[in-house]
Design a protein around this ligand. Structure first.
Ligand code: FES
Length: 131
């Protein structure tokens, strides 16, 4: 069944996370915690010509948050800033492919929240330096 495949994929990413680590001199670097449990995910992104050149994550969390961060860093590589800004919770639910249930939604969207906060800060900085 499709959801079994997604579950396997989640466990596989948790056991063997992609793009784990931190970046030197990233354009975006944000740490976000899940207010429900206190787990933390940090997302570092390097942008080049308006696209994600590199994305890394670090931190601690449950299976869903770590798998989501691992899959998320793969998903956003190469995306433009406009594409990043257009991402929403539904993209995360589709990426994970399982019904998270209300108690796990915060876990799944943790890397997206970090990105959203990071983009807002990055844009504010761009505007500030343009004046
Ligand atoms: Fe903490 Fe999922 S239980 S991030």
């Amino acid at each position: 069944m499709a959801s079994d495949l997604y579950r396997e994929q989640i466990l596989e990413h948790y056991g063997n996370p992609r793009n784990q680590g931190v970046l030197e001199d990233p354009d975006i670097s944000v740490e976000r915690d899940n207010p429900v449990c206190g787990d933390v995910v940090r997302l570092d992104v390097i942008l080049e010509d308006g696209r994600v050149r590199k994305a890394r994550f670090s931190g601690q969390g449950c299976v869903i948050s770590i798998a989501s961060a691992s899959m998320f860093t793969e998903k956003i590589e190469g995306k433009t800033v406009a594409e990043l800004k257009a991402m929403d919770d539904e993209d995360i639910f589709q990426m994970l492919g399982v019904d998270l249930g209300p108690s796990r939604v915060n876990c799944g969207v943790l890397p997206l929240r970090a990105l959203q906060e990071g983009l807002a800060r990055w844009e504010a900085k761009q505007k500030g330096s343009a004046v």
